[in-house]
Ligand binder design. Structure first.
Ligand code: ADP
Length: 213
């Protein structure tokens, strides 16, 4: 199973990515988490990214592309992934689609968690009070929501047109959101027809787990 998770800040990407990763036995990759790790380690990439993160702006495309692609390839070799936070604008989506074609890594769906702006703001302000992310201050939160609307929201049409968009109501209890996602994916990609299951049936890559990833 290869999934993208497309949702505004505060919609529950991290929570759902973890739950789906456990359900499908696939790796969860978060572009924001990868960047925060680079910042914490003080790598050249982290130093270049830090100010963008603190302001709530997208980092330049080439800064994020290579780290994400490396993780995606590794995860795919192990059975699949759920990628949260990439692509995040149209040029990243086109680049991702080119790379996917080159590497033969097509995705099974792009999940969109739909949550109203008021609810997102409420959740992020609450997170800002209880956790210590440098971008969870009110002005930065509002800016990140604006960046989502201007840069990332156009991707909904892009994936809808590609027949890949899976919209889910993200304003439900956590487990209901997960159930809706799994139900939608089961309807689209029956386990026996998923790319991972097809691969598992090939003679050179025998698998014994039923290929439900
Ligand atoms: P949130 O969705 O709550 O803002 P993330 O952890 O997904 O949190 O992203 C945090 C920050 O990381 C973003 O505001 C941005 O600066 C940077 N970032 C993450 N993914 C990308 C990406 N694909 N392209 C550019 N910047 C990114």
């Amino acid at each position: 199973m290869r999934l993208l998770l497309l949702a505004p800040p505060g919609a529950g990407k991290g929570t759902q990515a973890k739950r789906l990763s456990e359900h499908y036995g696939i790796e969860s990759i978060s572009s924001g988490e990868l960047l925060r790790r680079e910042v914490a380690k003080g790598t050249p990439c982290g130093r270049a990214a830090k100010d963008y993160l603190d302001r709530g702006d997208l980092v330049p495309d080439d800064l994020i592309r290579d780290i994400v692609v490396e993780q995606v390839k590794k995860a795919d070799a192990k059975g699949g992934f759920i990628l949260d936070g990439y692509p995040r604008n149209l040029s990243q989506a086109k680049e991702a689609s080119r790379l996917a074609d080159d590497e033969g890594i097509g995705i099974d769906g792009a999940i969109y968690l739909d949550v109203s702006r008021d609810e997102l703001l409420r959740r992020l302000l609450h997170r800002g009070e209880t956790q210590s992310r440098s971008d969870d201050q009110e002005a930065t939160i509002r800016h990140r929501l604006d960046v989502f609307d201007s840069e990332t929201r156009p991707l909904l049409d892009y994936f809808r047109e590609g027949g890949l968009l899976i919209p889910v109501n993200g304003e439900q209890p956590v487990e209901h959101v997960t159930q809706d996602i799994i139900a939608a994916l089961t309807a689209r990609v029956p386990p026996s027809q998923s790319p991972a299951a097809t691969r598992s049936g090939s003679p050179d890559q025998p698998r014994s787990d039923g290929g439900s990833r």
